[in-house]
Design a binder for this molecule. Structure first.
Ligand code: GDP
Ligand code: GDP
Length: 464
């Protein structure tokens, strides 16, 4: 934002989420003016609003959708691009009642690449009818959604304060530039050594792993039977792996390696070695890993070993407790499993556990939604502003410890990359943060930004 100019706030989102309604709320119909925007054939609405003592320009991109051909997303994008290019802040609206749609996801992905501040708005959230959908929108990677009802005028004062706050942050960042390190560029410098996997727009890469006889083959067959298979078995990347593709409700899924199904060929090998090494191969190619555990046997040390591999490789994970049909005391079994995971897998807190029977198919429909959810979380991005608002609170609640008699000065955090979520902590002697404090921060991040079932990386960078 250039100083002296009126800051520009752009309202964007797919059609029908309530952009115009919000615009009218913020601007008031009186003030609405219509002006031409170069590059698009349709007019866009622009108005002024007063926030505190400050005048801001508000641009409504509604109605621009019809301007360009192609898909809904293509239309939204082409038409909104020009407006977004001038935005100091984007209000990205979703419909809290409809939940997050594929068009929202696409748009969010596009916005994340624009490198402009985005405030996620869950509109139509009057009452609290849409709580779960609001929750789901965390997965868009645009921070905590702000629930409002444009039509009923709920949550608007909160929204105005947020807008004012974000625009103030802009001014401050600009001022900071000379002295303090600049956030986002620092993040990309710091992550030189770790290149983020490209955003995968193709199928979701899924691996199903577990000990022999946990029921992996049965599960794969059930999945392929229940979902429409679009390609048959084809040679995979390793000598004896098989790769198949199928479609679930959200799109295509590639089973990267149906490991374990080859077990018959290798009976002479020690069972542990087979399952762990085969799992390792499979999960290297996967984005999400389903760890199948035989509920009749409970969590075995080898299951934990595989789970730790998943963590080490940075993959998202869902635990599938199979053979649920044959479990006599379900409550006791669930408790035993949860306790074991809680104690032995602290680094993957809150990992989703799904129970089903691969054999009968009961409960199997819960699996793919859980997989999709951790995949979204694995891909998510938390904005620097959001992150540091949380970080300040975390420092206040629990001050950094003394190291060699001096208190560590931790300054700020940024998310360097996703897949898995990787954060960088900057501060004087940040690299000396003790393990316990690091765990406190990681657990806090996991809770505050809702990141269950994915590894969280926290790197440290010392500053002068
Ligand atoms: P746009 O296409 O994104 O500009 O959406 P509109 O502003 O035209 O709104 C689309 C529809 O959603 C209209 O029927 C509005 O009345 C309705 N709408 C907008 N805001 C709210 C809201 O807060 N709650 C509910 N229930 N409906 C809303
Ligand atoms: P894999 O070695 O992990 O591929 O395991 P399989 O799919 O070959 O299954 C091992 C055994 O467990 C077979 O006898 C299956 O019939 C049985 N099994 C698999 N899933 C279930 C289930 O949900 N319930 C029960 N009762 N048995 C199952």
């Amino acid at each position: 934002m250039q100083s002296g100019q009126t800051p520009c706030v752009v309202i964007a989102g797919r059609p029908n989420v309530g952009k115009s309604t919000l615009f009218n709320r913020l601007v008031g119909r009186r003030q609405a003016i219509v002006s031409d925007m170069p590059g698009v054939t349709r007019d866009y609405k622009e108005g002024e609003a007063r926030l505190g003592g400050r005048l801001i320009r508000i641009v409504d991109t509604a109605g621009l959708e019809e301007a360009a051909p192609d898909t809904v997303f293509g239309r939204m994008r082409a038409s909104s691009e020009t407006a977004i290019g001038q935005a100091d802040l984007i209000l990205f609206c979703i419909d809290a009642r409809a939940g997050v749609t594929p068009a929202d996801r696409h748009f969010a992905q596009f916005l994340r690449r624009q490198n402009r501040p985005v405030l996620l708005i869950a509109n139509k959230a009057e009452g609290s009818a849409a709580q779960t959908e609001v929750y789901e929108s965390f997965a868009l990677g645009l921070g905590t959604p702000l629930a409002v009802s444009a039509e009923h005028g709920e949550g608007l004062s909160h929204l105005m304060r947020e807008i004012a706050d974000r625009l103030k942050g802009d001014e401050k960042d600009a001022l900071d530039e000379a002295g303090a390190p600049v956030r986002d560029t620092d993040a990309s410098d710091a992550s030189d050594d770790e290149v983020e996997a490209p955003i995968n727009t193709g199928p979701l890469h899924l691996a199903i792993v577990g000990r022999p006889n946990a029921g992996k083959s049965t599960l794969v067959n059930a999945l392929l039977g229940a979902e429409r298979m679009i390609t048959g078995p084809e040679p995979g990347l390793t000598r004896d792996s098989i790769s198949v593709q199928f479609r679930d409700q959200k799109g295509e899924v590639q089973l990267v390696d149906t490991a374990g199904m080859r077990k018959k060929a290798r009976v002479e090998e020690k069972l542990e070695r087979i399952s762990v090494s085969a799992s390792l191969e499979a999960l290297k190619m996967a984005e999400v890993v389903v760890l199948v555990i035989d509920a009749l046997l409970g969590v075995h040390e080898q299951d934990l070993q595989i789970a730790r591999l998943i963590e080490r490789e940075g993959r998202a994970c869902v635990i599938a407790l199979n053979k649920w049909d044959a479990v006599a005391d379900r409550a006791a079994t669930m408790k035993a499993v949860s306790d074991r995971l809680e104690i032995s897998l602290a680094q993957m807190k809150g990992i989703p556990v799904i129970t089903f029977s691969a054999l009968t198919g009961a409960g199997i429909n819960k699996l793919m939604p859980a997989v999709r959810q951790v995949h979204d979380i694995w891909n998510c991005r938390v904005s620097t502003g959001e992150l540091n608002r949380w970080f300040e609170g975390a420092l206040e609640r629990h001050a950094p410890p003394l190291v060699d008699g001096r208190r560590l000065k931790l300054r700020y955090m940024t998310q360097a990359k996703a897949r898995p979520p990787t954060f960088i902590l900057f501060g004087t002697r940040a690299e000396q943060v003790p393990e316990a404090y690091r765990r406190y921060l990681v657990n806090g991040l996991r809770e505050a930004f809702y990141l269950p079932g994915v590894p969280i990386r926290l790197q440290t960078r010392g500053t002068k």
